[in-house]
Ligand binder design. Structure first.
Ligand code: NAD
Length: 256
């Protein structure tokens, strides 16, 4: 049913931060983009406008990645959108990016509710959103899961978050292995500390935190959202056609 060679990407959490930059990079390279937002539809609408300025088609759908029970309804809505807006029944790239962190000082201060929330949003959500994408994702497509530099180095209070992201990295290898038969590739992008809403005002406004990050990073600056999107777009592209099951850290050389 697809009428041209334009590829279609689904970017979860594409309404701001890294997801917004990923969506705009994919659009700049000629892909149509479906973004999801959790609660801020206004943010999603402004990203849609920016994508459409590139000449690509775009749409925004609501999704809570922590609510797996909503995924069948989400994909039913997505299919309607694909048919009506993109004249297709498939999409080509799935970017599992959505998520939020928790702020706690230590393992001891982490509650079971916080742990469950992280597992639900970042790991169970990625697992089942990917599983339920299988009928809709094109053979030859690509999946990029956003992990974290914190799976390689430690940071006080990030034990639960980093453990969950490690699960995403392991899951990605299994996705790559199983979907390889369909020539669907799966890779991980692991960002370092990036100045987005994810880190609240900590990275953007606290000089001591900024100085610490610069001191432990070979390239002595703070990572920005626009450091990430081009790498994800590359991994989706044909230029990366032989990269599969890999983790790419995008952190300016943190803790080398
Ligand atoms: P952000 O807060 O700027 O954006 C998060 C996006 O995810 C938003 O679009 C939001 O609507 C969506 N989202 C949040 N919770 C959701 C939920 N439960 N269901 C669906 N959507 C939800 O954060 P960001 O920095 O752009 O983070 C994006 C991804 O990058 C996350 O997976 C995060 O763990 C990862 N990451 C961020 C950093 C960093 O320093 N910013 C570093 C490493 C990894």
């Amino acid at each position: 049913m697809k009428t041209n060679i334009t590829k279609i990407a689904l970017v979860t959490g594409g309404s701001r931060g890294l997801g917004k930059d990923i969506a705009l990079n994919l659009a700049a390279r000629g892909n149509d983009v479906i973004i999801t937002y959790n609660s801020r539809k206004d943010e999603a609408l402004s990203v849609l406008a920016a994508i459409e300025q590139t000449g690509q088609r775009a749409t925004a759908l609501q999704l809570n990645t922590g609510d797996t029970k909503s995924f069948d309804t989400f994909y039913a809505t997505l299919l309607t959108s694909l048919k009506n807006r993109f004249q297709s029944e498939r999409f080509d790239f799935l970017i599992n990016n959505a998520g939020h962190g928790i702020t706690v000082p230590s393992l001891a201060a982490t509650t079971e509710e916080q742990f469950d929330e992280l597992v639900n949003v970042h790991l169970k959500g990625v697992f089942f959103l990917t599983q339920k994408a299988l009928p809709y994702i094109s053979d030859g497509g690509a999946i990029v899961n956003i992990s974290s530099g914190l799976t390689r180095f430690t940071n006080p209070g990030s034990g639960a978050y980093a453990s969950v992201k490690s699960g995403v990295e392991t899951l990605t290898k299994y996705i790559a292995k199983e979907l390889g038969q369909r020539y669907i590739r799966a890779n991980v992008v692991a960002p370092g500390a990036i100045a987005t809403d994810f880190n609240g005002s900590r990275l953007r406004e606290t000089p001591q935190v900024q100085e610490h990050i610069k001191a432990i990073t070979a390239l002595p600056r703070i990572g920005q959202a626009d450091d990430i999107g081009s790498v994800v777009a590359f991994l989706c592209s044909n230029d990366a056609k032989w990269i599969n099951g890999q983790r790419i850290e995008v952190a300016g050389g943190m803790y080398l």
